[in-house]
Design a protein around this ligand. Structure first.
Ligand SMILES: Nc1ncnc2c1ncn2[C@@H]1O[C@H](COP(=O)(O)OP(=O)(O)OP(=O)(O)O)[C@@H](O)[C@H]1O
Ligand SMILES: [Mg+2]
Length: 274
């Protein structure tokens, strides 16, 4: 009897997540982007199509220069597509929607005259959060990224990796429904990278966010994501969509499993053949 019950529970834990109700949080339709430069036109993205259902964690991988950052800038409403359109939470995107969409850029982009703490507080201040509350929240987030002792330092007094961690904390403090992250952990050591990945998963689960995550690390992509989109060389097209069926919560032990290895291998093969 007990054995039957526990077998049933294991089956439930392994079952695919139920299909999300409602429209996708992000829909990208026939998106193409061409940069006009003094030396001619550079086609960065070519006919990109995908949807991100509410609450999903989607990764984007692809060779350097294939247009990943350009795609994220467009999803943030900071760059206009040459063709196609983006729909965010049922609104055709024509300008940034900071309440819905937050961004952690590839390069830390902090306000240089504000301290680490003030930078993390800034999105909360813009939202009108009371001073004491925003200070507490910002401190909590700086603690999370291991920088509580550096709260009063200006960005130029921090290392590149530290600045990036402040940037990540600021992305979290913004608390948007949709979080766009462009190689957020690239400048970090392996251990910090794994720890912050787990923290990101906790925040994602607890606050039911939708995450679009660009990375060059295939291990990170498989470990974090529900689905990984693989892009070709420039002009970037989506050449593979890999569903990651690993159950959640993810654990480090999973990285040593055959399934994990196969998934990583499949993504690697797709990238190599672009
Ligand atoms: N502002 C710009 N003006 C002209 N060309 C640009 C501009 N930004 C990017 N590009 C070009 O568009 C292409 C895609 O760039 P993008 O930064 O989106 O690539 P990426 O996939 O993010 O690369 P990486 O993995 O190195 O970060 C590249 O060929 C790049 O040179
Ligand atoms: Mg980039």
């Amino acid at each position: 009897m007990v054995r039957t019950a526990s077998r049933k529970m294991a089956a439930v834990a392994n079952a695919p997540a139920p299909a999300p109700a409602g429209p996708p949080d992000v829909a990208v339709e026939h998106l193409t982007h061409v940069y006009e430069t003094a030396n001619g036109a550079v086609k960065a993205l070519d006919d990109i199509d995908f949807e991100v259902p509410q609450g999903k964690f989607v990764g984007i991988v692809g060779p350097s220069g294939c247009g990943k950052s350009s795609l994220l800038l467009m999803l943030a409403g900071l760059l206009q597509p040459s063709e196609g359109r983006i729909v965010v939470r049922e609104h055709a995107l024509t300008a940034p929607r900071p309440a819905d969409v937050g961004v952690v850029f590839q390069e830390a982009s902090l306000l240089p005259w504000k301290t680490a703490l003030e930078n993390v507080e800034f999105p909360l201040k813009l939202r009108g959060t009371a001073r004491a509350e925003r200070r507490d929240r910002a401190l909590e987030l700086l603690e999370l990224v291991g920088l509580a002792d550096f709260r009063d330092r200006l960005p130029h007094e921090l290392s590149g990796g530290m600045r990036q961690r402040v940037s990540i904390a600021r992305g979290f403090s913004q608390d948007p429904k949709i979080l766009l992250m462009d190689e957020p952990f690239a400048a970090l050591d392996e251990q910090t990278r794994l720890t912050l990945g787990d923290e990101l998963l906790k925040i994602w689960t607890r606050h039911q966010k939708t995450v679009i995550f660009v990375t060059h690390s295939l291990t990170e992509a498989v470990y974090l994501c529900d689905e990984v989109l693989v892009m070709s060389h420039r002009p970037g097209r989506i050449i593979d969509r890999v569903t990651i069926p690993l159950e959640r919560p993810r654990t480090y032990e999973m990285m040593a499993t055959e399934t994990f290895g196969h998934l990583r291998e499949r993504i690697w093969r797709s990238i190599r053949t672009t």
